[in-house]
Ligand binder design. Structure first.
Ligand SMILES: NC(=O)C1=CN([C@@H]2O[C@H](COP(=O)(O)OP(=O)(O)OC[C@H]3O[C@@H](n4cnc5c(N)ncnc54)[C@H](OP(=O)(O)O)[C@@H]3O)[C@@H](O)[C@H]2O)C=CC1
Ligand SMILES: CC1=C(/C=C/C(C)=C/C=C/C(C)=C/C=O)C(C)(C)CCC1
Length: 308
């Protein structure tokens, strides 16, 4: 990792790769589609929302790229396997890069949250990773060529109040991704790479209102979606196993991408719980979700979430 920071490794060419992005109609998904297109890849766009997905495809085609859209609910495993077969038949070739990006949050206090919303978060953010990976990894392994990208979150490495559903699902996503990465290495499937992406708050609207103490926010403002996606792309193109965004500059001096994770583990796991509580209060991260939850409660349908 230290050598990597000094001698930037060469980025791999991805022109001709077939990249499947879930949640492609949303903020980061759409930008990923455009970024992969800029690098010459063809994109397969999956989203539960047909019109926003078509809008992403339109933007890709305006750039001169090739986009293929499918309306898929990634929580429905039959839908995932069925559409994976359709993609293979329609395009006559295999998906070579999978970007598991679709994600949701309930945005309600746990005790006020309908059970269905909690289940939905676990299904979209965690269980769906199993279905998509089961659908596309076998061909990648057979070709010894591919890349699995998981868009998790810093809330998969440490937690905060009032987002129990989200933290549980993203911690699970991190566990899933890391175990898979170990499995591929243990089996010496060296051609199939993995990248775990853990961003801090991104300004896509998903966590609109989430706010830490103003003075701390000056040092750590919400990320611009474009910046977040560019940082993730850089990591993917050099086959970096983990990227936390932003990489805090002082941690960079230790020259390791694992530093943020080590820092989280150290400060939030090894130090006494009470010291975390003090840090959280000082940084205003203890109640950072309150304004977010308030704004979600004001939305009659809880944003995009419809409870059956
Ligand atoms: N925004 C942030 O602060 C951060 C986000 N992340 C993660 O980044 C990823 C992208 O988030 P972001 O772009 O901000 O969120 P968005 O809500 O903008 O995009 C998510 C997309 O996923 C789609 N989606 C939701 N459920 C399903 C489903 N069952 N099947 C298929 N597609 C589905 C959504 O459709 P619809 O709009 O119809 O619901 C939407 O198009 C998520 O995994 C998120 O957890 C990580 C760190 C920070
Ligand atoms: C808890 C905590 C922090 C705040 C983190 C926040 C507010 C994260 C929000 C992340 C989101 C919304 C991710 C979405 O996937 C600090 C100040 C970094 C450091 C002290 C501990």
């Amino acid at each position: 990792s230290s050598v990597r920071v000094v001698l930037r490794p060469r980025t791999k060419p991805i022109d001709g790769e077939l990249v499947l992005i879930t949640g492609a109609g949303g903020g980061l998904g759409r930008l990923f589609a455009q970024e992969f297109t800029m690098h010459g890849a063809e994109v397969v766009l999956w989203d539960i929302n047909t019109s926003s997905n078509e809008q992403t495809a339109k933007l890709v085609r305006e750039m001169g790229g090739k986009a293929y859209t499918y309306t898929v609910d990634v929580t429905n495993r039959e839908d995932v396997y069925h559409n994976a077969d359709i993609v293979r038949k329609d395009l006559g070739r295999d998906v070579t890069m999978l970007v598991n990006n679709a994600g949701v949050v309930a945005g309600k206090r746990m005790l006020d949250c309908p059970d269905e919303l909690i289940e939905r978060t676990m299904k979209v953010n965690c269980l769906a990773l199993f279905w998509t990976v089961k659908a596309f990894l076998p061909q990648m392994k057979a070709q010894n060529h591919g890349h699995i990208v998981t868009i998790a979150s810093v809330l998969g490495l440490f937690s905060t109040a009032c987002v129990e559903d989200y933290c549980a699902s993203k911690f699970a996503a991190v566990g899933f991704h890391e175990s898979l990465a170990h499995e591929l290495l243990a089996e010496e499937v060296e051609g199939v790479k993995t990248t775990l992406v853990c961003p801090y708050i991104v300004d896509t609207g998903m966590f609109a209102g989430c706010k830490i103490r103003e003075e701390v926010e000056l040092l750590l403002p919400p990320l611009e979606p474009q910046y977040c996606v560019e940082q993730a792309m850089n990591a993917i193109l050099i086959d970096q196993p983990l990227v936390c965004i932003p990489r805090l500059t002082y941690l960079n001096t230790f020259s390791s991408v694992q530093c943020f994770k080590l820092y989280c583990t150290f400060s939030f796991r090894l130090l006494p719980w009470e010291s975390n509580v003090v840090t959280y209060r000082f940084m205003g991260s203890d109640k950072c979700m309150y304004p977010f939850i308030d704004s979600m409660n004001k939305q009659p349908t809880n944003g995009s979430v419809q409870v059956a």
